[in-house]
Design a protein around this ligand. Structure first.
Ligand code: GBH
Length: 527
């Protein structure tokens, strides 16, 4: 196996692609510049300013739309060799679909960013969808609640491959479908803010009980199965929230370069992938769940089934986790047809893992009324045992620091899901914004050192981790937390022209990547 213990003298850096992440809404800003259409996050922050700390929005964010060259220079300066960012769907398709036209200024922006990255030796890892759905699609058919999303998403993805795939070889379809299902459609804390009125009196729509499962499944229009005679048959997986394969494609005699036989509705997409030879996957998140006591072991497994396995099991084994099937028996959990199931199986080149935090899980009796997706697992998630927290809390209340969790999650994926190729697509920690420039982020250095060590341990135990992306290059618009917390290695002064400053952690990474800690192995515990 291609592995990344790159031996350098006495020690080795185990990170093949030390990299940084960001995504459109959180960084790009320029929400209204150059023909970009509104996304559901623009309308959400207008409609529910009270749901975003500080009543803020991402309309300027880091202003990376204008300042991207500075960002790339930071990446280069620190020594990262890859950058994960997302494309803003409504920047290139302002109405979400092809009928509404392509915004050339948006295409130009991503071309410039990609070209600039490549000129500095930084590989682009592009996420097609990181939550900022075009408002037009939410408005017209309910976004991920509508079957139409399948075609629109396919057209959008196809456009991305067509415009950027000659240079972008690493694609992620969706970022954290679970976050959308949970925060967007169960608790309503994030866009589009749908939930059940009994959990949140301010909900303006939704039920928190059936909708989340529909969003998780989003049905597909099935295409003709590929012919048996094709030499190589690849199932392409534009996964709509991890559930549904949008399109089959067949590629004949690819190697000899003769016929590309792409015979489903939007076959071009598949042809692009086949020709461009990229890799594609999905980024999934969960906290890692530890049983509160021995009696809670099954509950902990169930909690993971409802957050994470929910999206992995369909693409690895073509079905939903047994725990979900057993606990959602009233018809709300959709099923896969045999065709969907066989298309889904194996429809990924890699699985991306976003890990931040861990929790304890207690088994609790299942709710009999006020059912939502959150009650279906019949668990209670807690951060402490006998008054002792699992780990220190970071800037966000939800982030308990527990490095072993990343190792345990990686081992879970390896052993339960057929040893897939993995990337850590996000891992990082935040501090509360204290209103002044704060660069001495020792907490972050400690966090990275310990988590990287755990990733190394997982690799030594045989987990196939191909790359690691720290979250995040820069402080940015942190969704419902607005600008009140900071995840960056680079400080951004939101009060003063979005000026950027390297934090201590960025300098630590620079040294790490240069191999300067080789002699102090025990101290930083990563190399
Ligand atoms: C990632 O999600 C996102 O992919 C990324 O965009 C984001 O910037 C990063 O985390 C840091 O937050 O308030 O208790 O309901 C990680 C999963 C989902 C964790 C939403 C925080 C809100 C918790 N996140 N969740 S709570």
């Amino acid at each position: 196996k291609k592995r990344f213990l790159l031996a350098t003298g006495s020690a080795s850096c185990f990170i093949p692609k030390m990299s940084e992440s960001s995504k459109a809404l959180e960084c790009e800003g320029a929400a209204h510049e150059d023909g970009r259409g509104p996304s559901i996050w623009d309308t959400f922050s207008e409609k529910f300013p009270e749901k975003i700390m500080g009543g803020n929005n991402g309309s300027i964010a880091d202003d990376s739309y204008n300042l991207y060259k500075e960002d790339v220079n930071f990446l280069h300066q620190i020594g990262f060799d890859a950058y994960r960012f997302s494309i803003s769907w409504s920047r290139i398709l302002p109405c979400g679909d092809l009928k509404g036209g392509i915004n050339q200024a948006g295409i130009d922006y991503y071309n410039n960013l990609i070209n600039h990255l490549l000129s500095k030796g930084v590989k682009p890892y592009v996420t097609i969808f990181h939550w900022d759905l075009p408002e037009a699609l939410q408005h017209t058919y309910g976004g991920f609640l509508g079957a139409e999303i399948v075609n629109d998403f396919r057209d959008y993805a196809e456009l991305c491959f067509q415009k950027f795939g000659d240079r972008v070889k690493h694609w992620t379809t969706l970022n954290e479908p679970f976050s959308v299902v949970h925060n967007g459609f169960t608790t309503g804390q994030e866009a589009p803010g749908r939930c059940s009125s009994f959990t949140n009196p301010n909900c303006t729509g939704g039920d928190g009980a059936s909708e989340p499962y529909i969003v998780g499944h989003t049905s597909s229009s099935l295409m003709e199965p590929p012919s048996k005679s094709t030499e190589k048959m690849l199932a392409l997986f534009l996964l709509c929230f991890g559930s549904v394969l949008l399109c089959f494609f067949t590629v004949t005699t690819l190697e000899t370069g003769t016929v590309l036989n792409c015979d489903c509705v939007s076959h071009l997409l598949l042809c692009f992938q086949a020709i461009q030879k990229g890799e594609i996957g999905i980024a999934l998140n969960t906290v890692w769940h530890y049983p509160y006591s021995y009696a809670d072991k099954l509950a902990a497994a169930r909690a993971t089934a409802f957050t994470f396995d929910y999206f992995v099991e369909p693409i690895v084994y073509g079905k939903y986790p047994t725990e979900m099937v057993n606990h959602v028996k009233d018809g709300r959990l959709p099923t896969f047809t045999p065709e969907e199931s066989s298309m889904l199986k194996g429809s990924y080149d890699f699985i991306g893992i976003n890990y931040y935090s861990s929790s304890y899980v207690k088994d609790v009796p299942c709710a009999t009324e006020n059912i939502t997706m959150s009650t279906d697992a019949c668990v209670s998630i807690v951060g402490e045992r006998n008054g002792v927290p699992l780990g220190p809390t970071a800037g966000s209340d939800w982030l308990l620091i527990y490095p072993e969790g990343i190792r345990d999650l990686l081992l879970h994926v390896k052993f339960k899901f057929d040893d897939p190729v993995l990337y850590i697509t996000e891992n990082g920690v935040d501090e509360a914004s204290i209103g002044e420039i704060f660069l001495n982020d020792d907490l972050r250095i400690d966090y990275y050192a310990h988590h990287l060590k755990m990733v190394r341990d997982a690799i030594l135990m045989g987990v196939d981790v191909k790359g690691y992306f720290a979250w995040s290059l820069m402080d940015n618009f942190e969704w419902a937390e607005g600008y009140t917390v900071r995840f960056g290695l680079v400080f951004v002064d939101f009060e003063d022209g979005r000026k950027r400053y390297l934090k201590k952690s960025a300098k630590w990474f620079r040294k790490l990547l240069k191999g300067e800690y080789n002699g102090t192995r025990q101290k930083v515990a990563v190399i």
